[in-house]
Write a protein that binds this ligand. Structure first.
Ligand code: SF4
Length: 353
């Protein structure tokens, strides 16, 4: 495998994409970009990254930011625990490491929200340490190069590739090599669809290519099906304000704002639910069905636009906010975006605001 170091790193130095976090990389910048890039496409991350670094340019600024501001900066990226954990880690870094990310894989790994991949990426890219950063992209490239049909969801398989890459890093610049492997996985050895073997710098070393079995790798054992939840969503307008409430402190989308909604375990009409909340309705219109997929759960939603006539005071957990307040101060997860947009459209027709 040592033979592939040179063609891969040369290719990277010639063809790497220009990305905002690659210009004058700092350890903080690598950290922020790697956390944002988990589960999110590069194109979508670019703007978020620039805005985040402008608003919170240091670990100190991140440690001191209000939760509302953080969630607002993250709004639309999803998986909000990522940014909450980053802030917890930033506070730890301020307390234990004088505001600088520690130059040690093991110490990085102990920080909240930093797993093996991120610790490897920061150690190697920012500090030049010989630590592997093995994510899905890297596993895809490595299993294809070696035509390895083991199940990549198994810890020992990942560990094996981690060790093999770590060994290679003894013979090259870890920052460039790791980034080159990630880049190859992102733009040449593609995840969905046919890899671009005809322009791959590693074609001559790739066993999957030689056997014409590129699509056989990586192998993943089939996953358990996602849990499906049926939910009824409400966009409730009282005068020109919409009702929002906070999600529980723990679990899915914890502590984020949401549209009032219920889990449909038994048959219930929207009117009955609104009555339970103490909402006297002037109008209830269906807003249609929508679906949102999280990692382990799928929400199948039916939504309603409600024009409230009066409030009976039972709905103590609701806050009532204007569209402007909502967009500037309340970070709502993307699961609610569909009903939020449709609801305001309906509301404007009703109230002409
Ligand atoms: S030759 Fe094809 S399958 Fe092999 S590493 Fe390159 S792009 Fe991936």
């Amino acid at each position: 495998m040592k033979k592939m170091i040179k063609p891969l790193t040369q290719w990277y130095q010639l063809y790497a994409r220009e990305l905002p976090w690659r210009k004058e990389p700092t350890a903080y910048g690598v950290w922020v970009s790697e956390i944002m890039l988990q589960q999110t496409r590069v194109e979508a991350v670019k703007e978020y990254y620039i805005r985040f670094m402008q608003e919170l340019p240091t670990i100190k600024a991140l440690s001191e930011a209000s939760e509302e501001r953080l969630l607002k900066l993250w709004q639309g990226l999803g998986y909000y625990n990522r940014v909450k954990n980053m802030q917890k880690a930033a506070i730890e870094i301020m307390e234990q490491y004088q505001g600088q990310l520690p130059m040690s894989y093991e110490k990085l790994l102990k920080l909240k929200g930093i797993g093996e991949y991120t610790a490897g990426a920061i150690s190697s890219i920012a500090f030049g340490l010989p630590e592997a950063a093995v994510d899905g992209n890297v596993l895809r490239v490595m299993t294809r190069l070696t035509a390895d049909g083991r199940d990549i969801t198994q810890k020992e398989v990942k560990k094996d590739f981690y060790n093999r890459i770590k060994e290679l890093l003894q013979h090259t610049n870890p920052s460039i090599f790791n980034q080159a492997l990630m880049e190859l996985g992102a733009v040449i050895c593609l995840p969905n669809g046919v890899p671009k073997c005809e322009i791959c710098p590693l074609q001559g070393y790739c066993q999957a290519y030689q056997q014409n079995r590129m699509m056989d790798f990586p192998y993943k054992a089939p996953k358990k099906p996602r849990k499906v939840e049926n939910r009824m969503m409400f966009f409730i307008l009282f005068e020109n304000k919409v009702a929002l409430c906070k999600r529980p402190q723990k679990g899915l989308l914890s502590n984020l704002w949401e549209l009032p909604n219920i889990l449909l375990e038994e048959e219930i009409s929207p009117f009955q639910q609104l009555f339970d909340w103490g909402i006297l309705c002037g109008k209830v219109e269906p807003l249609g069905n929508a679906k949102h997929i999280f990692t382990h759960i799928q929400w199948n939603m039916e939504g309603y636009f409600v024009k409230a006539k009066a409030l009976e005071g039972k709905q103590c957990d609701f806050v009532w906010v204007t569209e402007e307040e909502m967009r500037s101060h309340y970070a709502l997860p993307s699961a609610f975006r569909y009903y939020m947009e449709k609801g305001w459209k309906e509301g404007k027709k009703e109230y002409e605001f």
